[in-house]
Design a protein around this ligand. Structure first.
Ligand code: CU
Length: 283
């Protein structure tokens, strides 16, 4: 008798769930996204920066040769570093770059108040800084040399364009207004703000601003992991400074529509390896 009652009680929530109107959205679930980007093009990676004729050449090369960041490939596994990877909403097979992505409750607000870009040895480190809206961007100079930091604010960040001298051991908040996602036209994806040093022409970096936490930058093996991403159907967009929007649906370079992906709930979704070729010459 007792058993029968227990069963009927258990069945009750199921009946209620079936009776719910269809318009009540299922609760958002979360997963982890990972993958690896390989460079299979013909350009020579890991090239030395040209410092010849610069007054700081000796000081800059004190700790070794400076390797450019524009095509950093791991010779062991072809992993391409400094690829920015992020999610966008899929709207009938098109990337909707302006639509809001679901954000995991624990990531509603960024944990750190600011993110810094340093220049300890005549290179911007990290080469690419990713900010979330609400975070401050700090220009830092931990070296013994004077650097100039020119940040080119595009679109809604144009008022944050800065051109400042950063003497040795100084750091400064950059941007008069809160940093926003950089879009140049409606429907376009976000693009980075360029960072240069006028005193050392080989120095360049990028600042990306996102309105959500579902982004990553590939590491020295070309790998990326994005945790607490929304489960479901989304699009994956990739950017690299050589090819700009590198991951088209059919592998077409320069397509900022990205590629459709399905993220599994509660377990990692491994997208495997993405092979990037050179940008076509006629683009
Ligand atoms: Cu400099």
């Amino acid at each position: 008798m007792r058993i029968v009652r227990a069963v009927s009680l258990l069945a009750l929530p199921l009946v209620c769930a079936l009776a719910l109107p269809a318009r009540v959205a299922a609760q958002q679930e979360w997963g982890t996204l990972q993958g690896q980007v390989l460079y299979v093009g013909t350009e020579k990676p890991n090239q030395k920066a040209d410092l010849s004729g610069n007054k700081d050449q000796k000081a800059c090369e004190k700790k070794g040769t400076i390797i450019k960041d524009d095509l950093v490939v791991n010779p062991k596994n072809k992993g391409l570093r400094w690829v920015v990877v992020w999610l966008t909403v899929d709207n009938n097979g098109e990337a909707d770059h302006a639509a809001a992505l679901p954000i995991h409750p624990s990531l509603k607000n960024p944990k750190e108040k600011s993110v810094a870009m340093d220049q300890p040895c005549c290179k911007f480190e990290p080469h690419i800084v990713t900010l979330r809206e609400g975070q401050d961007f700090i220009g830092k100079n931990s070296s013994g040399l004077t650097h100039n930091m020119r940040v080119i604010g595009v679109g809604p960040n144009s008022n944050n364009t800065a051109n400042l001298i950063l003497p040795a051991k100084v750091e400064q908040k950059i941007g008069k207004l809160p940093w926003k996602v950089t879009v140049t036209r409606p429907g376009r994806p976000n693009i980075p703000n360029l960072v240069n040093c006028d005193l050392h022409k080989w120095m360049s970096g990028y600042l990306f601003v996102f309105a959500h936490p579902s982004f990553a930058v590939t590491d020295e093996d070309g790998k990326f992991t994005i945790e607490k991403v929304p489960a479901g159907k989304f699009r994956l967009v990739m950017w690299h400074e050589k090819d700009i929007f590198v991951l088209g649906e059919k592998g077409k370079v320069g397509d900022f529509n990205g590629r459709p992906i399905t993220i599994k709930a509660k377990e990692p979704t491994d997208l495997g390896k993405f092979e990037l070729k050179d940008k076509p010459k006629d683009d």
